[in-house]
Design a protein around this ligand. Structure first.
Ligand code: NAI
Length: 214
């Protein structure tokens, strides 16, 4: 497939296509029209066509999309056909909740290690993965080909820890700490802030109330 610069807006929609197509596949569906997919996903058919045209379309006139093919191709675009080794830094409430989420592995995100500074957590295991202390982190990252680090630590520690991870070869950070990390350009950072999603929800509730008052 030809390499093209694809907008981040499109990339952000791909996981949702991937999830829907995965469900269709589980239900034994072999093909789907963009209209049918559009109804299910509540996205316009033209949006779907435009999005998928970025990757050469995949669709055939009069046939629609081959579900398995489209699912596989989107998976490749998202880099899901290869495994990614991940570690979690900060085994508190959020870190442990994420570590307990087994579905990561089914998408190829392999939880290799969990780290913390609290000695009371040392050796506690989550889904068979022991919590280790931060003094092991440098060698662990190097020896386990860790690609992604999940940061679930207090925000005032996040940058210092991220710098250390990067120095040891981590290439991407999934950042839950409420701070923007200023890291070298080649390091990929994805910030996740549940509160932003909640504020979006709050906005939509307010808008709904506003509209129904009229
Ligand atoms: P927590 O206090 O339960 O866990 C934090 C853990 O980090 C503790 O176990 C602590 O010992 C460990 N820690 C502290 N300094 C460390 C260091 N230098 N290296 C390694 N581990 C270290 O807190 P919780 O509720 O799990 O939240 C964790 C972080 O995630 C906080 O910064 C919080 O604000 C943030 N958060 C973000 C959300 C989001 O949507 N982005 C949602 C919830 C929490």
């Amino acid at each position: 497939m030809e390499e093209r610069e694809i907008s981040q807006a499109v990339i952000r929609r791909l996981p949702r296509y991937y999830r829907y197509l995965g469900e269709l596949l589980e239900n034994g569906m072999e093909r789907i029209s963009s209209n049918d997919l559009s109804k299910r996903m509540k996205v316009t058919a033209s949006q779907i066509r435009q999005d998928l045209n970025n990757f050469g379309g995949f669709g055939q006139q009069g046939y629609g999309y081959n579900v398995k093919y489209l699912y596989t191709e989107i998976g490749k675009i998202l880099g899901l056909e290869q495994d990614h080794n991940i570690i979690i830094i900060g085994a508190g409430n959020l870190g442990q909740a994420l570590a307990n989420y087994a579905a990561f592995e089914s998408r190829g995100f392999i939880l290799k290690g969990i780290f913390d500074v609290n000695p009371r957590l040392e050796g506690v295991t989550i889904r068979g993965v022991p919590i280790r202390m931060m003094d092991e982190i440098n060698s662990f990252v190097k020896n386990n080909e860790v690609e992604i680090a999940v940061l679930t630590i207090p925000k005032d520690k996040a940058l210092e820890v991220a710098d250390r991870l990067v120095e040891n070869g981590v290439r991407a950070i999934w950042n839950f700490a409420h701070t923007d990390l200023n890291l070298p350009d080649h390091i990929i950072v994805e910030n996740v802030h549940l509160s932003e999603s909640l504020m979006q929800l709050s906005y939509n509730i307010s808008r709904y109330k506003e509209e129904h008052r009229k």
